[in-house]
Design a protein around this ligand. Structure first.
Ligand SMILES: [Zn+2]
Ligand SMILES: [Zn+2]
Length: 262
């Protein structure tokens, strides 16, 4: 199995370190054969909201051209793709589709962080203690994949950050996600950044072992995502090796293939 990573951020999201080139160099050092950049996507807000966790629309052009230059420069060492990590915001979906086309992006992945739009600041990593929002979290993910745009589901167990206890409702949400993913051949991401944060004393509550046990019972396809916010993460294989051991121990199939949707 080739070592790949399609979940990589850049400084433009305001909470990641390093230069674009440092991510490429660390990926080479870590033995990654295909590296996809997927920084937090910009949204063309109709309000005057300014997000503190993503690039602005005005930075998109520089992001794409910077990654494409690195793709060319390092083409003999590894393959580079340019994508984005996007929420599912129905109101802005047509804008997203338009700029995917305009910039000829390679892929997008679903980071289901907020309900409807982050302008309302309803962060799923906090509000899923409420059963209604937990249900919406799953509904949004299903709608996102029904759109046919998203290649895989980043940290699908993010809701545990708000839920904290894996109770019957959490189990029900997990079963809905895993059943849908199995039926539609959607890969679920086992997120290394969650584990890294937990170990740094910032409890993420994901990856959540109960979630992955259920995923194993549904025979889901799993992809490992570094979710790198620091170039160093790409060369640090401790979490990658741990993840592989955990997933293989559960009998889960790990894929190294990104489902290209466009
Ligand atoms: Zn991030
Ligand atoms: Zn991410």
């Amino acid at each position: 199995m080739a070592k790949v990573n399609y979940h990589t951020h850049t400084y433009r999201c305001k909470h990641a370190l390093g230069t674009d080139e440092e991510y490429v160099l660390k990926a080479i050092e870590g033995g990654i054969e295909e590296l996809g950049f997927s920084d937090h996507c910009p949204w063309p807000y109709r309000s005057d909201y300014v997000s503190g966790m993503r690039m602005s629309m005005a930075q998109l052009e520089d992001y794409v051209s910077s990654i494409r230059k690195l793709k060319e420069k390092y083409k003999d060492r590894l393959n580079i793709l340019v994508g984005l990590e996007c929420e599912y915001f129905p109101e802005y979906l047509s804008d997203l589709k338009a700029y995917i086309k305009e910039y000829d992006l390679d892929y997008i992945i679903l980071g289901n962080h907020f309900y409807k739009t982050d302008e309302n600041r309803q962060y799923y990593g906090r509000i899923c203690d409420d059963d209604l929002f937990l249900k919406r979290y799953v509904d949004d993910a299903i709608s996102a994949f029904d759109s046919g745009l998203y290649s895989y589901f980043c940290h699908p167990d993010l809701f545990m950050r708000g839920r904290k206890v894996f109770d019957d409702k959490a189990k029900e949400a997990t079963c809905r996600i895993c059943e849908y993913a199995k039926r539609n051949d959607v890969a679920l991401e086992y997120n290394l950044e969650g584990q890294r944060n937990t170990d740094r004393g910032i409890p993420a509550f994901y990856p959540c072992i109960e979630f992955w046990q259920i995923a194993a019972s549904f025979d889901n396809k799993v992809i490992i995502g570094f979710d790198a916010h620091d170039p160093k993460s790409l060369a640090d294989l401790k979490y990658y090796d741990q993840a592989r051991a955990t997933l293989e121990g559960l009998g889960l199939k790990i894929t190294d293939e990104l489902d290209r949707r466009f």
